[in-house]
Design a protein around this ligand. Sequence first.
Ligand code: PDD
Length: 323
Amino acid sequence: MARTVFVNGEYLPETEAKISIFDRGFLFADGVYEVSAVVNGKLVDYPAHMERLARSLKELRMDWPCTRAELDAMHLEMIRRNALHEGIIYMQVTRGAADRAFNFPKPAPKSTLIAFTQTMALVSNPNAVTGVKVITTPDLRWARRDIKTVMLLAPVLGKQEAYDKGAHEAWMVEAGQVTEGTSSNAYIVRNGKVITRGLTNEILAGCTRRALFQLATEHGVEIIERSFTPAEAYEADEAFLTSASQFVMPIVEIDGHRIGGGQPGPVVRKLRELFLAEAGRLGGSPREVRADNLRLCGPPPGDRNSQCQSAAGTARWTVSSMV
Ligand code: PDD
């Protein structure tokens, strides 16, 4: 059965959805996106995604395509219309359609907003049982990786290289240090402590990363924010990645080096369990989108490096109810 997708205010069968060939997302990758997980028909960590969207739009001087309340309603309606139990909602905003010119069009066209759902096994993902393999590859991306743009050719090439080599993800390397995965954040564990790169323009501030930090703090797992080299990763006790579509995913091999004897280790297993328990608990008890979550569409943090220290701390994990 064709999915119902969303295009500029309309819910349509996917076969009927149309976007202008002049859309700047298509011509220039002039757009931003978010991917939110859905578990038990409920959005996971949605306020954090909306906060990051606000920041991405601001950094690119793009308008909101609609109000935050309309965006909330659209997400819930997409779950309802597609009877989405477990998977993701992808949403994208572009600067809109205009005659091709590099500078921003004047007057500004109406931004384009699209969304679609994908059913995926997030909780019972078989990869989480076995762990996955990663390779390393040079980081070919631009200098503003903190903005979640649809300009994803370097990650596409990196991911394909990983698949060609029988791996699941590529960790990108710059100046000898791992930045992050092509579509995930990167972590190693040494002596029970988690090590991951600090937030700068060089990586995306993952919403799952932020949730993990809070869970780790609550459960006494220390996280150290610093860069690490592939060589250090080869020697690590454990390794893992995080993203909205993979949650906390164990890694058992990096560039052919077995990690933790080739089995998911105790720290990553604990962190994944904690993550799933929290998502499942809230996903199982429908809640309204709270008023304090809606405030998160207000001014995003001005400082590029303060993305994770925002007011969203209290709203994390709130799972929106279906309407
Ligand atoms: N990718 N780093 C990069 C480069 C990413 O593309 C992503 C997410 C992350 C993790 O962010 P989060 O925890 O908020 O999902 C880190 C999404 C899932 C994607 O493009 O499909």
